[in-house]
Ligand binder design. Structure first.
Ligand SMILES: *[C@@H]1O[C@H](CO)[C@@H](O)[C@H](O)[C@H]1NC(C)=O
Ligand SMILES: *[C@@H]1O[C@H](CO)[C@@H](O)[C@H](O)[C@H]1NC(C)=O
Ligand SMILES: *[C@@H]1O[C@H](CO)[C@@H](O)[C@H](O)[C@H]1NC(C)=O
Ligand SMILES: *[C@@H]1O[C@H](CO)[C@@H](O)[C@H](O)[C@H]1NC(C)=O
Ligand SMILES: *[C@@H]1O[C@H](CO)[C@@H](O)[C@H](O)[C@H]1NC(C)=O
Ligand SMILES: *[C@@H]1O[C@H](CO)[C@@H](O)[C@H](O)[C@H]1NC(C)=O
Ligand SMILES: *[C@@H]1O[C@H](CO)[C@@H](O)[C@H](O)[C@H]1NC(C)=O
Ligand SMILES: *[C@@H]1O[C@H](CO)[C@@H](O)[C@H](O)[C@H]1NC(C)=O
Ligand SMILES: *[C@@H]1O[C@H](CO)[C@@H](O)[C@H](O)[C@H]1NC(C)=O
Ligand SMILES: *[C@@H]1O[C@H](CO)[C@@H](O)[C@H](O)[C@H]1NC(C)=O
Ligand SMILES: *[C@@H]1O[C@H](CO)[C@@H](O)[C@H](O)[C@H]1NC(C)=O
Ligand SMILES: *[C@@H]1O[C@H](CO)[C@@H](O)[C@H](O)[C@H]1NC(C)=O
Length: 558
């Protein structure tokens, strides 16, 4: 069947449709976690992969399918995999964050992630959710709509997946260990990548350049994923505009833009019309950073190549927003709106049962053995999260005492001028495995407030188990009296990861209708590691179908 697909005039991408049966079905995947030598930028090094592929295999499914992924761990690291953005209704056992919903899969063991794809279609992704292993262990998830349900936009001639990443010459775990022992941020990455390849602006990269062939006059769908560990990215194609149609597997009102902004954890689908003079055009990514923080600002490229144009033609670079272009970032995010049609409604909670206000804090704690005598740290509402030693979901399900507390404060202990003059003081934070308990089906509003503790910075926050609506955002301190009046409660963007603006705030709303324990964290791996995280314990509902499912028999033990 696969060879037939190659004969189709539309090109080999139709392969993916062949693998997706028309009816709801069970899709099975075998993931072998292993170590392979991979060469990039003139260096070869062993990296952890899935099935020897980098990026890993794309998981294809259709809305309504059951998916079973048997993960067998042949690497030296204990491992867990997160299916980022899958709602996992009642089924946190398949969510994946290590020590939150499961113990890791130990070297030599297997675990079957089983889940149903319900009420979602679009682009998501999967990645390792332990240590910094997601630097190389990641791949796309493509969920096709139910049979007979077309996209709410013209059918593209072809689809392509573009996965952005970060590459280190050194072993990433060694880089992190060194940073932690010195008390400094670990070395920044050496390159960005598109589909695992940095592109020809880097040395030794001619054969590590991704290219997609297009035909003049046709329209293509790009499924874009930012898997970078620490960098928000701008993306553009020279000479071509992009039409955004979906974010985080939720359709949006289409709008045209010269570039997109995508935070770690987010996905964005765009249509691109190959309407220019046939040629070779660079597709490029480079970070957005509007805080005084050194980051890897190098540009990765791949090629949008019109059919019949020889490789000797030099591609042109797109005009990307400058790395500190805050106004582009704010205006881009303001254009994102849910499609909100009868078929794809935006069901925004209008009444709020529980108001939460979390401050994001960076800080320095004393560390006598560190170079500067201090170690960088991070907190939410003045609490640095401490990872437990067994899975929190298991502790919740079996009512094991002493593993976590549910007294995470609804607001900061002492209000202060959050984004005022720099607050460089030692945070003096409280450490703890403290969670927020939510009543089943209650409606929640959470305002995430950046602060000037150490420095302001943009933070992409990810909630597991749910999508949420981004009802408002602003610069400066959130004003409880004035800002809610400006909320968009009609068609706000619905997503699973949101960038809180530098020195600003973001308000999200969701209905707590998925029982379980759900991680909530900054998706900058640097900050997650420093403790910028907590979790929600959503209680069971009264009915049998509103309770956490029993754990699978092969659930890994610690
Ligand atoms: C990977 O390369 C290193 C040298 O760079 C070599 O020692 C090692 O045997 C290789 N491993 C595999 C699995 O090929
Ligand atoms: C998962 O893969 C391992 C290793 O191949 C195999 O032993 C195990 O039976 C598989 N589990 C399931 C449920 O298929
Ligand atoms: C998936 O759906 C089937 C059929 O409704 C159900 O029996 C099963 O429990 C579901 N599995 C999960 C993990 O939700
Ligand atoms: C981090 O960078 C420094 C300076 O370039 C280098 O000396 C060090 O070896 C790097 N650390 C790792 C773990 O690669
Ligand atoms: C892209 O959009 C801008 C603004 O709408 C427009 O001025 C420009 O001509 C468009 N470029 C292309 C290549 O379509
Ligand atoms: C990238 O950062 C370097 C310093 O690390 C700076 O010299 C350079 O101008 C920056 N590039 C851009 C495009 O901002
Ligand atoms: C952005 O960076 C450029 C140099 O790369 C600098 O000239 C400009 O002042 C910066 N803008 C802001 C708002 O910081
Ligand atoms: C550590 O100390 C050096 C030298 O005093 C300084 O340049 C650097 O900014 C300090 N780093 C941090 C994270 O405090
Ligand atoms: C907060 O700090 C900023 C900058 O220092 C200042 O302009 C503002 O007036 C302060 N707000 C309050 C309520 O004190
Ligand atoms: C954080 O809590 C500590 C006590 O645990 C307190 O000393 C400190 O002032 C608090 N910081 C803030 C910013 O609330
Ligand atoms: C959740 O609450 C809403 C009212 O806020 C109600 O309409 C809905 O039926 C409830 N859902 C469940 C599963 O209890
Ligand atoms: C993997 O987990 C087991 C059980 O918790 C532990 O004994 C072992 O040290 C871990 N291995 C690594 C490399 O962390």
């Amino acid at each position: 069947m696969a060879s037939l697909a190659f004969l189709l005039p539309g090109g080999f991408i139709f392969l993916s449709f062949f693998f997706i049966s028309a009816d709801a079905a069970t899709k099975f995947y075998q993931f072998n976690i292993q170590v392979n030598n991979v060469s990039r930028l003139c260096h070869a090094k062993p990296i952890v992969t899935v099935n020897g592929r980098f990026p890993g295999p794309t998981v294809y499914a259709r809305e309504g399918d059951s998916v079973q992924i048997n993960v067998t761990n042949h690497a030296q690291y204990n491992m867990s995999i997160h299916w980022h953005g899958l709602k996992q209704f009642r089924n946190g056992w398949a969510d994946g964050p290590a020590y939150i919903t499961q113990c890791p899969i130990q070297s030599g063991s297997s675990y079957m992630y089983s889940f149903n794809v319900t009420g979602q279609r679009g682009t998501l992704w999967w990645h390792a959710h332990i240590l910094w292993l997601r630097a190389t262990v990641y791949g796309a998830i493509v969920i096709m709509p139910k049979p007979g349900t077309p996209y709410p936009f013209p059918r593209p001639a072809r689809e392509e997946t573009l996965v952005f990443g970060e590459w280190w010459h050194a072993d990433v775990e060694e880089v992190v260990k060194q940073g932690n022992s010195l008390g400094l941020p670990p070395n920044m990455s050496d390159a960005h990548t598109i589909n695992g390849k940095p592109g020809p602006l880097f040395p030794c990269s001619e054969k590590h350049t991704f290219a997609m062939e297009v035909e003049q006059g046709k329209t293509y769908l790009l499924r874009i994923i930012n898997t970078a560990l620490n960098d928000e990215l701008f993306f553009a194609i020279a000479g071509h505009n992009l039409t955004v149609v979906e974010i985080d597997a939720v359709y949006t009102k289409p709008f045209m833009t010269s570039a997109i902004l995508i935070a770690p954890g987010q996905t964005t689908n765009v249509l691109v019309h190959a309407n220019q003079m046939p040629g070779r055009y660079f597709m490029a990514v480079r970070p957005f950073i509007d805080a005084p923080i050194p980051i890897d600002n190098k540009t990765a490229t791949s090629i949008f190549q019109y059919r019949g144009i020889p490789n000797s033609v030099l591609p042109t670079l797109p005009h990307l927003p400058s790395p500190n272009d805050t106004s582009f970032a704010l205006s881009y995010n303001q254009k994102l709106k849910s499609l909100n049609t009868p078929t794809f409604p935006a069901i925004v909670p209008l009444k709020v049962d529980r108001n939460l206000f979390f401050t994001v804090g960076l800080g320095m704690n004393p560390c006598p053995s560190c170079v500067n005598g201090t170690r960088l740290t991070a907190s939410l509402n003045n609490i640095t999260f401490v990872m437990p030693e067994i899975g929190l979901l298991e502790a919740h399900y079996f009512n094991t005492k002493g593993v976590f507390r549910t007294d995470f404060p609804d607001k900061p202990p002492t209000p202060f001028n959050y984004t005022g003059a720099p607050l460089t003081a030692n945070l003096g934070t409280t450490k703890g495995t403290r969670l927020v308990k939510l009543t089943f089906n209650s409606t929640v509003e959470l305002v995430i407030q950046d602060t000037n503790l150490l420095t302001v910075e943009s933070h992409p926050f990810h909630l597991h188990g749910y999508n949420f609506f981004v009802v408002g955002t602003g610069i400066g301190n959130f004003d409880h009296n004035k800002d809610p009046a400006k909320y968009n409660l009609i068609d706000p963007p619905e997503r699973n990861t949101v960038g809180v603006p530098t020195g600003g705030w973001t308000a999200i709303r969701f209905t707590a209708n998925n029982p379980g324990v759900w991680f909530f964290h900054c998706h900058l791996e640097l900050h997650t590691g420093w403790g910028l995280k907590t979790a929600f314990v959503v209680e069971n509902g009264k009915q049998a179908d509103q309770t956490v499912l029993p754990p699978p028999k092969d659930l890994p033990q610690c």
